[in-house]
Design a protein around this ligand. Sequence first.
Ligand code: NAD
Length: 470
Amino acid sequence: MQPYALVIDGQPVTTDRTFEVLNPADGSVVATCPEGTVALLDQAVAAARRALPGWASRPDADRVAALNDIANRLERHAGELAELVTREQGKPQSGPGAKLEAGGCVAWTRVTAGLALAEETIQDDAKGRIVIRRKPVGVVGSITPWNWPLMIATWHLMPAVRVGCTVVIKPSPYTPLSTLRLVELMNQVLPPGVVNVVTGDAEVGSRMVSHPDIDKIVFTGSIKTGKSVMEGAADTLKRLTLELGGNDAGIILPGTNVDPLLESLFWGCFINGGQTCAALKRLYVHESQYEEVAEKFAAFVAKMPVGNGLDAKNLVGPLTNAMQRDKVSTYVDEARAKGARILTGGVRPSGPGYFYPLTVVADATDDMLLVKEEQFGPAIPILKYRTVEEALTRANSLDVGLGGSVWGNDPQEAAALATRLECGTAWVNQHGGLHPLAPFGGVKCSGIGVEFNVDGLKEYTTIQVVNVAR
Ligand code: NAD
């Protein structure tokens, strides 16, 4: 078992207190992990603060070179990182799983290295010269969830480092190991203190949020915690990027030939066992083809292999923790009690690991928890609609808006409806596809700000206008 350490000021730090990280597929101990404290957080923030002037004033080309070097290292270690993600989080090696996550980290790091924030001259004449510059926001506190631990850490760290910020990252206590390893690899390239990692849960997280020496928080996690982050950050008026939960709707237009779409629909709903912020979480199907679509989809879903993600034949793994499995199981039970039909799955297995079967729930109604709340697991409710306008109204009726999708034979017709969804990303005949140059973020309670591309970089900067009189 590899020893894991926090990284503060470029140095590995171990602690007397440790906690066990469990493999959700069988409950075995993946590793013991050093437990961070508020005192260690303070040390990490002080290190990031010390490193800031040097890193921020480096020539841009140095930071580009550093990120490219990091991308190459991540690529060389992709297999090891992917295996660690499967062991601590559960997503399989096969399919759009842990290997995709590790490969995505390489791709996002390279693309971020290639982005530039040029100065903009808006006036240059006899009266004067006005230039808009971007300066690094300062010390960034990054707080990440457990569902795509390595990818989300990469999404937070790389743009921050690219523009000259320094960072303290706090991973979820369920999945800290891949982040500890990522930061260790980054520290082989970066000066001490540029990227630090401290583990911990709410106590360390809330201290980050109110910390007087942290200038910005980038937080990915639940809406509930996101709201408390916003509250806690108010006193120091920190800049915030909040990537929060969603409850994405998908609408299948009347008369759609679903056969060629089944696989895309499947991954839209069940990627990472549904533990994905922008997974399809409510599926609306027209009454004219409701039974046909529900049955075909359930038959497709029932054939997909679920099991330990280290076994190459499995395409979906366990839930990452008991809390999440309990939630999904409770929501499905409530739907069943309210009259929903479980077409496949729906019975919690006995045996080791936090497994829950892939579950398709027909006759779901708007009052069910499985529809109203974010299930964040492998259970998809199918809702019946009469008119497309009604489906759109119901899709838009919740206070969240991360993604949404419309499925149909005519992509243009589907796209026209998709633009009327209240969400940050509207997909057509697919759900959940991301691109490192396509800004990603939510509307309503799904978040504030975006990640990726130049818009994402800007979130780690402040504007400074230089106005020179002539
Ligand atoms: P969570 O909110 O419980 O925890 C997220 C992080 O916040 C963890 O590191 C946790 O330790 C920390 N934390 C807990 N209490 C805190 C506090 N009071 N102050 C500061 N930090 C605190 O979320 P989770 O269960 O780990 O993740 C699942 C949620 O994340 C889902 O709702 C999902 O939709 C959302 N998510 C959103 C995106 C996105 O990009 N929009 C991506 C992935 C996940």
